[in-house]
Design a protein around this ligand. Structure first.
Ligand SMILES: [Zn+2]
Ligand SMILES: [Zn+2]
Length: 364
């Protein structure tokens, strides 16, 4: 069928074109897209830091309504509202253990550009295969996803468009806290970075009952951090972060920390902020970055754990419906980060995602 898609044919460029979309194959679903968030990983693909070859349709925070199911699909039916998320193989040890974020094939599935059978689902009008991102390519009016990365949610279509970020950004930040850290009620946490991921971490820390939530922000993000649950803020560009964290925590440091800035030196600063037995988690993509860490006194004697975390340590089939429930209860007001754009405005939205709009949402 002919659909409209925002195709990237060269570095930094997106333009809406008519493309041919194939039928869903075994285990796949055709989704009529309602909306898509724009996340920094889309930039990484479009700007080619993560080189999926052109032409490509990016987008990996799609939401929509299932229109058609392929052979063998048992858990979804036409009319189901779905949040699209990261794919996983379903058969490796990590997937079998309900840890699909650690899937042995995750890099290939996210950034290999193809579906599981090694082919694509979109062709340009001049007959070129169009590579996919996250097996969804949500910057299009329709998408093919797998039944495992299309998560059924119980919301109406108008609410659905507010929830794009549950598929990636919010799942990453909230999951790092709720799934990876599982902080004790009454504990302290520092969140480095107040973009969509960091702010989701702050909302989650409040949900978990952290009593001291310190937001470390740049030129923007202070007001939002306070609105979403931060008890203290530090301007990371102007203030001494370590000294302030120690002051707020009576010299002890924080029990937990989340690093979402993408700036390697911040990982080192985070470790200097930890209390004894603290858990420091980074979700930053800083490929090839080296951060000098002293095992003593930053890690060994204070028994500090420094951990990585991808896709919020999430099993999306369980976690995304949980996030929807928290949203409905008013505890996870992710829609307050959103700014909505028409599909025709996708280039503008893409550029504004680099210029301080927390969560641009394309509405189809
Ligand atoms: Zn797997
Ligand atoms: Zn993302």
């Amino acid at each position: 069928m002919k659909v409209q898609a925002a195709v990237s044919r060269e570095k930094g460029k997106i333009a809406i074109e008519t493309v041919e979309l194939a039928e869903p194959k075994a285990g796949e679903v055709l989704v009529k897209m309602v909306a898509s968030g724009i996340c920094h990983t889309d930039s990484a693909v479009i700007e080619q830091y993560l080189p999926i070859s052109f032409p490509i349709v990016a987008g990996h925070e799609g939401v929509g309504v299932v229109e058609k199911v392929g052979p063998g699909v048992t858990n979804l039916a036409p009319g189901d509202r779905v949040v699209l998320t990261f794919p996983s193989c379903g058969v490796c040890d990590h997937c079998q253990d309900a840890h699909p974020y650690s899937c042995d094939d995750n890099f290939t599935m996210l950034f290999g550009g193809k579906y599981r059978d090694g082919t694509t689902r979109m062709k340009t009008e001049d007959g070129k295969d169009v590579n996919t991102m996250f097996m969804q390519s949500s910057f299009a009016t329709y998408a093919i996803a797998n039944q495992d990365n299309a998560i059924k949610v119980d919301v109406d279509v108008d609410e659905l468009k507010k929830l794009c970020s549950l598929g990636c950004g919010v799942q990453t930040g909230a999951g790092a806290v709720l799934n990876r850290m599982k902080p004790r009620p009454g504990s302290s946490i520092a969140v480095f970075g107040c973009g969509a991921v960091g702010l989701a971490g702050i909302m989650a820390a409040k949900i978990a009952g952290c009593s001291t939530i310190i937001a470390i922000h740049g030129s923007k993000g202070r007001e939002e951090a306070l609105e979403f649950g931060a008890t203290h803020t530090i301007n990371g560009r102007k203030e001494d972060i370590v000294a302030k964290v120690k002051e707020i925590t009576n010299g002890k440091g924080v029990n937990y920390a989340l690093e979402s800035t993408g700036q390697p030196p911040m990982a080192r600063t985070m470790l200097d902020c930890m209390a004894k037995e603290g858990l420091a988690v980074t979700v930053s993509v800083t490929a090839g970055a080296e951060v000098p860490i002293a095992l003593e006194p930053q890690i060994m004697n204070p028994s500090v754990t420094f951990a990585g975390c991808v896709e919020g340590h999430s099993n999306p089939k369980v976690f995304i419906p949980e996030l929807v429930r928290l949203y409905k209860e008013g505890k996870l007001p992710v829609d307050k980060m959103n700014k909505y754009y028409k599909f025709e405005e996708i280039e503008k939205a893409y550029h504004e995602s680099h210029g301080g709009v927390l969560k641009p949402i394309i509405v189809f």
